[in-house]
Design a binder for this molecule. Structure first.
Ligand code: SAM
Length: 469
């Protein structure tokens, strides 16, 4: 057996076990991937992650085909083998059709050759990891699965049912998008969500260059340090796209704080804050701290006078604390663990921190509909009724956040949702309330729709507090 085959098999078996767990418990994929066996090499690890992501991303389509082929669903481990083989078939069909764009016969031959290998491998794995009877089932089913996985995409004006199945999204969500965005944008969004997410990092050149007082030391070795070559300019200032296969080099840069994994969409909220040197910023839903770091790094020298980051007590606080510790410059940085809806004011007082800020950021929890390409399992967890729940919570958080804005100061409300109910509708409800409308003016809004912007989706609104209500 070649080295590559041995590596692939270790990764395949691990992916199969993780998918089994996902089917059994519907655990979040990010925490599931934390359970990748420690013994896997970095290459095996990334291969395993690639397969798990692929299966979850295409789950609806593969499962719908399996439902046509099997009357009684087999046990989870056998289903995991079938799902993995289904994903491999989708990949093989895409590769064959791209390679044989002008030669259908060549494309078909390539796919047939790949199918034989995929069937053989799945059967061998089922023999090893399941039972001979299950291996026979796998053999029969994967052969029939192949033509179903090679079917072309539905026509552009296909109805929600076909779109939902082919692009592996819940049908109610596709219907909702068709209503909100129309046929063509919905199609482009579905296609977008089915592609692998690009990895962007923000190069924190100020971090690398500045001393503790926010000054760039003369002759500093770091001061003009460009990012390494495997980080390619993205077209969005400060953001670079990481080439795959460079995790070993990227990891120490992330650990040291020189780089931070972050999508370019995050700049919309930070830019909307319009921070100036010497101002104070209260980040109210701060964990893990991506936007707080961005704000601190990009405020003109000598930087923010004060940065207060608040989030609920819990697991995310540790990451926030770690990230805040990498901030250099003039800012006084404070971390507060509190619930914005109940005890934020008391907690700020207890820490001896101000109760009014030049700028307040509320990056609210949401449906994640703008980042479904990245959060691949979010579509399977989301329910239609969640939009109403999110909107109610967002409005309550917005009212609570508004109390900490100094007269003349800015309140930025942001989400990583593209849904109108969590964006425009929340801000409209706030502005129509007595506390909102009498005290604030809506000054700026921006929506990022992935099919237009080419990065994650987001909604951003800046409200200015009047000096005198
Ligand atoms: C979208 S995430 C924030 C991401 C963060 N701004 C960043 O850029 O890394 C939303 C955050 O809101 C926090 N959150 C939710 N409800 C909250 C509440 N009542 N009080 C404080 N934080 C809350 C969650 O814990 C979560 O960390």
């Amino acid at each position: 057996m070649s080295n590559v085959n041995r590596l692939e098999k270790g990764a395949w078996a691990s992916a199969m076990r993780l998918i089994t767990r996902w089917l059994e418990q519907r655990e979040r994929v990010d925490s599931l991937l934390a359970a990748v066996p420690a013994g896997l090499s970095p290459i095996e690890r990334s291969r395993c992650q690639y397969w798990v992501y692929g299966v979850v991303r295409h789950f609806g389509r593969i499962q719908a085909a399996l439902d046509q082929l099997i009357a009684h669903s087999p046990r989870f481990s056998t289903r995991a083998v079938l799902l993995l083989a289904g994903y491999e078939l989708i990949e093989a069909a895409a590769t064959a059709s791209a390679a044989g764009a002008d030669d259908t016969a060549a494309a078909e031959a390539a796919f047939t050759g790949q199918t034989a290998k995929i069937v053989h491998h799945a059967v061998e794995q089922a023999k090893r990891l399941a039972s001979p009877a299950e291996a026979r089932l796998v053999n029969a089913v994967v052969r029939k699965l192949a033509p179903l996985m090679a079917r072309p995409a539905p026509p552009r004006l296909a109805g929600p049912e076909l779109l939902a199945t082919y692009f592996s999204h819940p049908e109610w969500l596709v219907r909702r998008w068709l209503l909100q965005f129309g046929a063509e944008p919905t199609r482009r969004l579905l296609e977008w969500n089915q592609e692998s997410a690009r990895v962007f990092v923000r190069w924190r050149q100020n971090f690398a260059a500045n001393d503790a007082a926010g000054r760039t030391p003369a002759g500093s070795a770091d001061s003009a340090a460009p990012p390494p070559e495997f980080l390619r300019p993205s077209g969005w200032a400060g953001f670079y796209e990481a080439d795959s296969g460079h995790w070993a080099e990227l990891e120490p840069l992330l650990k040291s704080g020189a780089a931070y994994v972050q999508d370019p969409s995050t700049r919309l909220a930070v830019e909307a804050l319009e921070l100036r040197a010497g101002e104070s910023l209260l980040d109210l839903c701060a964990a893990p701290g991506g936007k707080a770091l961005f704000a601190a790094d990009t405020t003109a020298a000598p930087g923010l006078a004060q940065l207060v980051a608040l989030d609920l007590p819990g697991a995310r606080i540790d990451r926030l604390k770690e990230n805040l510790s990498t901030i250099k410059g003039a800012s006084q940085v404070a971390l507060v663990q509190a619930d914005l809806l109940t005890d934020a004011r008391a907690a700020l007082r207890e820490h001896g921190l101000p109760l009014a800020y030049d700028a307040v950021l509320l990056d609210a929890p949401c449906s994640n509909t703008g980042v479904m390409r990245r959060r691949i399992d979010a579509r399977w967890r989301l329910q239609e009724r969640d939009f109403r729940k999110h909107a109610q919570q967002q409005l309550s958080l917005l009212h609570a956040a508004a109390r900490f804005v100094a007269p003349g100061g800015r309140l930025v409300y942001s989400t990583c949702s593209i849904d109108a109910d969590e964006n425009e509708a929340v801000v409209r409800a706030f502005m129509q309330s007595r506390a909102g409308g009498s005290a604030f003016a809506l000054e700026h809004s921006a929506m990022s729709y992935p099919w237009e912007s080419g990065h994650d989706g987001a909604g951003v609104f800046r409200l200015r507090k009047k000096r005198e209500p």
